[in-house]
Write a protein that binds this ligand. Structure first.
Ligand code: NAD
Ligand code: UGA
Length: 458
């Protein structure tokens, strides 16, 4: 049976892979191809060992791959065959030239746009899936139409709101799908075609449409609001530690106001992940570009508090452990930026491991999924580091444990056994407030949560 649509996605990453797998899974009538310039990544998508860990992803890929889902490096062919092309390439922070450290690096995105222009032989709908600065669609349109030919392109913005670790659930049952378009007859027609794809499994009231600039900006603002909540609660942890207030109690009291809501108020060692920091800094850069310094400074504060929180965590460890970490063994429980992913991009654990090593501590890292990435992140760093999968073995002979990631497995460990194997006095710094602190204290640990009074035997 011929497929009713040919869909292409350029970029087989954390977004491109799962998003397209979900479309293929929900829409067997469409052919979905995901292409990437990285042959290793494509080979992994075609293997039994997918390049990313995401609960539920394996099953969906296995049930569609080879039927209506394909991973390939043949980008030109893919462009020629597709009617709809999603662009999901990486848009990291620019590390050079004007806007270094703030602006989005659009080199991958621009190469893709030029490649589409050069290969396309018929009308295409181009969908921005990557997170981009507002007004990028205009640049995309200019690149696509910069060559004399009859090919017509419609550019849409369809930002992705999935979170890692819950990507499959988020894709299957999204809070909303946002589609921005030009308000021309051709733009509206293209938008309706994309709506039709999502309508295969998402209810109409959750598919919202807007003008293209609102859509681009909404993605940056959504991430800014989410990270602002974390920085807000984290800023209060510092005050709790000075005043004997308890951040869990404060967050509960504040979050039960239905106007505030209780989500994303979990105090932590700081937020990580590939997007929050880059997207806020991008927003800040855009505001400065438009001369809106007050607005830029306001949002930049969210990132500053996050840096402060990570720094503060290390200083708390140092001060609790008698102001010297030299030669002491510290076990990091978790290295991923959050639970249920092997992703370590911008993980607070990277910053903390490096800082602890500057204090000449020896580091032992344990994580159920992220040890390979941890090795890459800390490659070449001076000092002693070991990577041990089993948390009991990892903490054996250590002076302290620092919880970096909220993996559920850590809450069910036998801490009596762990305590017996550690150097005394034994410390636990719970950077995620996931452990039973009173119980740990009763076992003999000196316990330092975030935003709560410490429980010590001194
Ligand atoms: P990623 O780095 O995992 O994947 C991007 C892929 O694009 C890489 O495999 C890379 O090889 C490929 N690529 C780069 N240039 C290419 C080109 N010219 N042709 C073909 N392939 C090319 O990135 P990601 O995490 O999937 O993020 C992609 C975009 O989605 C970013 O803009 C990000 O901000 C946004 N986003 C990410 C998440 C997330 O949870 N990771 C969520 C929502 C939105
Ligand atoms: C985030 C957003 O939640 C997604 O909607 C968005 O699509 C995505 O960024 C993106 O654009 O890349 P993600 O970074 O995968 O998703 O994960 P989150 O669950 O948002 O967590 C981000 C960080 O904040 C993690 O380090 C997490 O541990 C931390 N966090 C989260 C807290 O410290 N406290 C909280 O209450 C919630």
């Amino acid at each position: 049976m011929p497929f009713s649509k040919n869909i292409l996605c350029i970029g087989a990453g954390y977004v491109g892979g799962p998003t397209m797998a979900m479309i293929a899974y929900k829409c067997p009538q469409y052919k979905v191809t995901v292409v990437d310039i990285n042959p290793k990544r494509v080979a992994e998508w075609n293997s039994d060992d997918l390049p990313i860990y995401e609960p539920g992803l394996d099953e969906i890929v296995k049930s569609t791959r080879g039927s209506n889902l394909f991973f390939s490096t043949e980008i030109e062919r893919g462009i020629k065959e597709a009617e709809i092309i999603f662009v999901s390439v990486n848009t990291p922070i620019k590390s050079y030239g004007v806007g270094a450290g703030m602006a989005a690096d659009l080199q991958y995105w621009e190469k893709t746009a030029s490649q589409i222009r050069n290969c396309a032989e018929s009308h295409k709908i181009i969908v921005e899936k990557s997170t981009l600065p507002v007004k990028t669609a205009l640049a995309m349109e200019r690149i696509l139409t910069s060559q004399e030919n009859d090919t017509h392109f419609d550019v849409l913005s369809n930002p992705e709101f999935l979170a890692e670790g819950t990507a499959i659930k988020d894709l299957e049952d999204p809070d909303r799908v946002l589609i921005g378009s030009r308000e021309t007859p051709s733009g509206v027609k293209a938008r309706d075609e994309l709506v039709e794809i999502y309508a295969n499994w998402v209810s109409n009231e959750r598919i919202i449409t807007s003008n293209i600039w609102s859509s681009e900006l909404s993605k940056l603002v959504a991430n800014a609001f989410l990270s602002q909540r974390i920085s807000s609660i984290n800023s209060i942890t510092a005050l709790c530690e000075k005043t004997e207030a308890n951040i869990t109690e404060v967050a509960k009291a504040v979050g039960m106001d239905s106007r505030v809501g209780n989500k994303f108020l979990h105090a932590s060692v700081g937020f990580g992940g590939s997007c929050f920091k880059k997207d806020i800094l991008n927003l800040v850069y855009l505001c400065r570009h438009y001369g809106l310094d007050e607005v830029a400074n306001y949002w930049e504060g969210v990132v500053r508090i996050n840096e402060y929180q990570k720094e503060r965590f290390v200083l708390n460890i140092l001060s609790a452990m008698f102001n010297t970490l030299a030669g002491k063994k510290i076990c990091l429980f978790g290295f991923a930026f959050k639970a249920n992913t092997g992703d370590t991009r911008e993980s607070p654990a990277i910053f903390i491991a490096k800082k602890l090593m500057k204090e000449k501590a020896e580091i032992v890292i344990t994580d159920p999924e992220a040890l390979n990435n941890a090795r890459i992140d800390l490659d070449g760093i001076e000092g002693k580091i070991s990577y041990i999968q089993d948390p009991y073995e990892a903490s054996d002979g250590c002076h302290a444990i620092a919880v970096m990631t909220e993996w559920e497995v850590y809450t069910g460990l036998n801490f009596e056994k762990i305590y017996r194997s550690m150097v005394k006095p034994a410390f636990i710094f719970d950077g995620r407030n996931i452990l039973d602190h009173k119980r740990l204290f009763n076992i003999g640990f000196n316990v330092f949560p975030i935003g709560k009074p410490p429980l010590t035997h001194f």
